[in-house]
Write a protein that binds this ligand. Structure first.
Ligand code: GLV
Length: 326
């Protein structure tokens, strides 16, 4: 029997290509060329599976144009690049990479929170620019993290990891808001209390966003929400671009209506709103929250194992629309 054909849309660890090649005819993109939508569609012709990284839009038009496609395995926990109902109607399975990145991503959420509250990058830029000529009593004075109130919007696995770090590591009071309230045992393990979104915005000294992107969460933090936050507050977004209205945030930062922000994700990334590049009180990182070598390897292997599990053994590991399997 000929091996099924698959497409790996972006460069990935060579060991993962080797693993896939044991089971599939693999067309890859180890040169990491930027393919247009038309090129992606052309390359997907005749492919039973695709390995994507979150930047490739898998929608009704694409599944219609690629009738042999059976599975798209995202190397990401987020899957807002998938139109899941359209994939389900076309009987295309979608998979993501949950769990393997939870703790690494929660670590990064905390790193960005610390860097933002304690003005780490702003002060480093000052030093590198040769501006540090004397110490002064209020130089880069920021806000405390320990003992402060940590707000978390979106309390899935990563949100819970951040809550545990805040409550148990930094003695923070943790409040959260989520579509559904956690059970009492999970709340106790996270040291977190449920509040309304309005209370969350009002109470948080540091607000971390960890909710999935959807039409419902588009601009969940815009000018009106920023206006409800404390002027001393910091905002951290490790969720998805589009959850924050970046233009409104840049204006709030410029006018010091909140103290600072830490952003790992952006509307229209890799483009960054130009106003964010010119305000000093923001820490900007290029969507790296899950980027440690062991975690990125675990994500890539899980995506590959979903392709092998489904196309070779009929059993994907982390299906998003298991109704396709019925
Ligand atoms: C990264 O943003 C992911 O969704 O895994």
């Amino acid at each position: 029997m000929p091996k099924p054909a698959i497409l790996v849309a972006r460069a990935v660890f060579p060991e993962v290509i080797d693993k896939l090649a044991q089971h599939f005819e693999v067309e890859h993109n180890q040169a990491d060329e930027a393919w247009s939508r038309e090129q992606l569609l052309a390359k997907l012709q005749g492919k039973a599976g695709a390995f994507t990284t979150g930047g490739e839009r898998i929608d009704a038009d694409l599944v219609r144009a690629c009738p042999q496609l059976k599975i798209v395995a995202n190397m990401a926990v987020g899957f807002n690049n998938f139109d899941l109902p359209a994939m389900t109607s076309a009987k295309v399975l979608g998979t993501n990479t949950p769990d393997v990145l939870t703790e690494t991503t929660a670590d990064f959420g905390f790193a960005l929170l610390m860097a933002t509250a304690r003005r780490v990058t702003e002060s480093e830029h000052y030093l590198r620019a040769g501006k540090w000529t004397k110490w002064s009593f209020d130089m880069f004075a920021g806000s405390d993290v320990h003992g402060a109130t940590l707000g978390i919007l979106g309390m899935g696995r990563i949100g819970q990891g951040i809550a545990r770090r805040g409550a148990h590591g930094f003695g923070m009071r943790v409040v959260y808001h989520n579509r559904s309230r956690l059970d009492a045992a999970t709340e106790a393990a996270c040291g977190a209390s449920y509040v309304s979104k309005e209370e969350l915005l009002r109470q948080a000294d540091h607000l971390v966003l960890v909710l999935p992107y959807s039409a419902a969460s588009h601009h969940a933090i815009g000018a009106a929400e920023l206006a409800q936050m404390k002027p001393t507050a910091t905002l951290v977004n490790i969720a998805r671009g589009g959850i924050v209205d970046d233009a409104a945030l840049a204006q709030a930062l410029r006018e010091r209506r909140i103290a600072a922000a830490g952003l790992d994700v952006f509307e229209g990334e890799p483009k960054v709103h130009p106003d964010l590049l010119t305000v000093p009180n923001v820490v900007l990182t290029p969507h790296i929250a899950s980027a440690t070598v062991p975690t990125r390897k675990a994500m890539a292997h899980l995506a590959a194992d979903n392709l092998i599990g489904f196309l070779v053994h009929g059993k994907p590991l982390t299906p998003l629309n298991p109704e396709v399997l019925a």
